[in-house]
Design a protein around this ligand. Structure first.
Ligand code: GDP
Ligand code: MG
Length: 163
């Protein structure tokens, strides 16, 4: 069966835009089934012939900060079960935020391989964020623009060796 890659990151970094970019119209049927949590979306992704199931998450979007750690563990950890890799997305223009750092700390304790994704990196505006992100310990990020479809080849090069 196809490998599963989960998209992780704080709100507004472009996870769903990346999901839509990778899936196009190939939404998985499970998305239409009643009872599926709104916190996850599944789709069939394809980059240059590399096929995988991709999972969009929204587990950090709770308005109540006090419940963030709980939601993180309950929803994302469950999703990570069975995932072959995680794409950890941050906003390269904004740079790292405390929530990015918190998610990174949690991800480092998980067994799943992580591909760091610097989104919104069109033009040069993401460069500072890209350099800053080396401190996370996930290696060099794939600089992409999910919205403009840039850097997807770079993302492919990070993914194919590990899935
Ligand atoms: P999510 O909350 O992580 O799922 O983020 P969304 O996919 O909903 O995107 C949040 C906002 O960022 C939206 O306004 C998107 O249009 C915008 N966005 C997403 N990807 C990019 C990108 O590559 N470049 C720029 N400039 N904006 C983007
Ligand atoms: Mg989203």
């Amino acid at each position: 069966s196809k490998p599963t890659v989960i998209i992780i990151g704080r709100p507004n970094v472009g996870k769903s835009t990346l999901f839509n970019r990778l899936v196009g119209k190939r939404l998985a049927l499970v998305d239409d089934q009643p009872g599926v949590t709104r916190d996850r979306r599944f789709g069939d992704a394809e980059i240059a012939g590399l096929e995988f199931q991709v999972v969009d998450t929204a587990g950090w979007e709770d308005e109540d900060p006090a419940s963030l750690p709980g939601r993180m563990r309950m929803q994302t950890e469950v999703s990570l079960e069975g995932a072959d890799a995680a794409m950890f997305v941050f906003d390269a223009r904004v740079g790292l935020t405390p929530l990015d750092e918190e998610i990174a700390r949690w991800l480092r304790g998980q067994a799943v391989p992580v591909v760091l994704v610097a989104n919104k990196a069109e033009g040069k505006q993401g460069d500072a964020g890209i350099y800053e992100s080396f401190s996370l310990g996930f290696g060099e990020p794939a600089g992409i623009s999910a919205e403009h479809g840039e850097g997807i080849g770079d993302l492919f090069e990070r993914l194919w060796p590990i899935i």
